[in-house]
Design a binder for this molecule. Structure first.
Ligand SMILES: [Zn+2]
Length: 190
């Protein structure tokens, strides 16, 4: 039988473990660490922005806010450069929440687009891998992340790349703009 959040809390709150992060090459931080105390579960899930499409920024955004659009999908960058060479987000034009809520035809189209955009981002020189991620706990409007991870830095591999993005200094603006232009060129070639 699945565990309730309350059961999980009772079992885990006093039994948190400290992984050996100091031995992980990919862990971005040094120094003494301990787990933060686990807070008890809330009554409900935390509300996400744009729930039910109400006051949804993604729905309201004009096409001019996006780098690349199709009939059913729109692709945008972060508003300014961050530590990784480029980060892009793909979202459906219409308001869908979970991947499993998509109609089959759109889910199939999404698969093709994930591959196409990953390939385009990977075409940038100096990009070692593209992490394709979906969390969805912040805003409800479905969005997929494409995080370009720099090549040949063993420390930057894996899921901590998302944290390294805030640790590395921002990519210079001109390089970031060139990277975005390269991605668009590749997408339009496909
Ligand atoms: Zn929306």
């Amino acid at each position: 039988m699945p565990e309730t959040p309350e059961q999980l809390y009772l079992r885990a709150a006093k039994a948190l473990r400290m992984p050996a992060v100091q031995e992980w090459d990919t862990f971005p931080f040094d120094g003494e660490m301990r787990p933060r105390a686990l807070q008890p579960p809330g009554e409900h899930e935390v509300r996400r922005s744009g729930e039910g499409g109400v006051d949804c920024k993604a729905c309201a955004a004009p096409d001019s806010d996006f780098l690349w659009t199709t009939e059913r999908w729109r692709l945008h960058s972060l508003p300014r450069p961050s530590g990784l060479p480029v980060i892009l987000l793909l979202q459906p034009r219409a308001h869908y929440g979970e991947p499993g809520d998509l109609p089959d035809a759109m889910a199939a189209e999404l698969g093709t687009l994930l591959a196409r955009i990953e390939r385009a981002v990977r075409s940038i020189d100096g990009v070692g891998r593209v992490h394709v991620c979906r969390w969805g706990d912040g805003s409800e409007h479905l969005h997929w992340w494409f995080m370009a991870r720099p090549a040949r830095f063993p420390q930057l591999i894996g899921s901590f790349a998302a944290i390294w993005d805030d640790v590395l200094p921002a990519t210079p603006d001109s390089i970031w703009r060139d990277n975005l232009a390269l991605v668009i060129r590749e997408l339009n070639r496909a």
